[in-house]
Design a protein around this ligand. Structure first.
Ligand code: TMP
Length: 215
């Protein structure tokens, strides 16, 4: 059993996860005295960042969908062992930008791989660890993609270059996951202004922080 709090941030490309995460950090640091760690998938540690470069390289157009899935899961395992678990063990709040739901939405709904296979492979890689809370920043695919096009600071990766229907399937995949896991996954409308999105995210996080404070 871990002592900290594990929260994942999910959503289609262009939902604004990184901006939300950066805005949440100071507020969370005030609320969780044991400390807050923000990190991302794929990546977050050296080996996983190296895998990220291979997966997202725009030149790797020959990559097979199952290869892609296995690389994401390999990066996830390394990141979990090196970064997530040690911080949870020391009681921290770990806020991760993407986790298993990304595999189900992108490689499952998006690429058409079996969601059953994706789930058991992920369970194997994570020893069954699930987030205490998942914030799903939901956005229409057209709006998400237009935000990416307008943001010149953001890296453009191999998955961003996929056609709109792939992005629409990913969004639907996320919404189905939220329906299947209503306790864990909270949907936040990411088309709202950033202050509204951050305040809704904080409200959902406070609900999981309170029981741990009282414990
Ligand atoms: P990012 O842009 O949020 O850093 O994520 C990089 C891309 O990787 C994004 O298009 C989503 C994709 N992705 C998957 O397809 N499967 C996964 O398991 C993860 C973690 C990310």
């Amino acid at each position: 059993m871990t002592k900290g709090i594990f929260i994942s941030l999910e959503g289609p490309d262009g939902a604004g996860k990184t901006t939300v995460l950066n805005k949440l950090l100071p507020a969370l640091e005030k609320r969780h005295s044991a400390g807050v760690v923000t990190t991302r998938e794929p990546g977050g540690v050296m080996i996983a960042e190296a895998i990220r470069e291979v997966i997202l390289d725009v030149n790797n157009t020959a990559m097979d969908s199952k290869t892609e899935l296995l690389l994401y899961i390999a990066a996830r395992r390394q990141h979990l062992v090196e970064r997530v678990l040690p911080n949870l063990e020391s009681g921290k709040l770990v806020l991760v930008d993407r986790f298993i739901d990304s595999s189900v939405a992108y490689q499952g709904a998006g690429r058409g791989l079996s969601s059953e296979d994706i789930k058991w492979l992920n369970t194997y890689a994570t020893d069954g660890l699930e987030p205490d809370l998942t914030l799903l920043l939901d956005i229409e695919s057209e709006l998400g993609l237009s935000r990416i096009a307008q943001n010149s600071d953001r890296e453009v990766n191999r998955l961003d270059l996929e056609k709109i229907d792939m992005h629409q399937r990913v969004r639907q995949g996320y919404l189905e996951l939220a329906q299947e896991n209503p306790e864990r996954i909270k949907i936040i409308d990411a088309s709202n202004d950033i202050e509204t999105v951050v305040s809704e995210a904080l409200k959902a996080i406070e609900a999981v922080l309170k029981p741990s404070k009282d414990a």
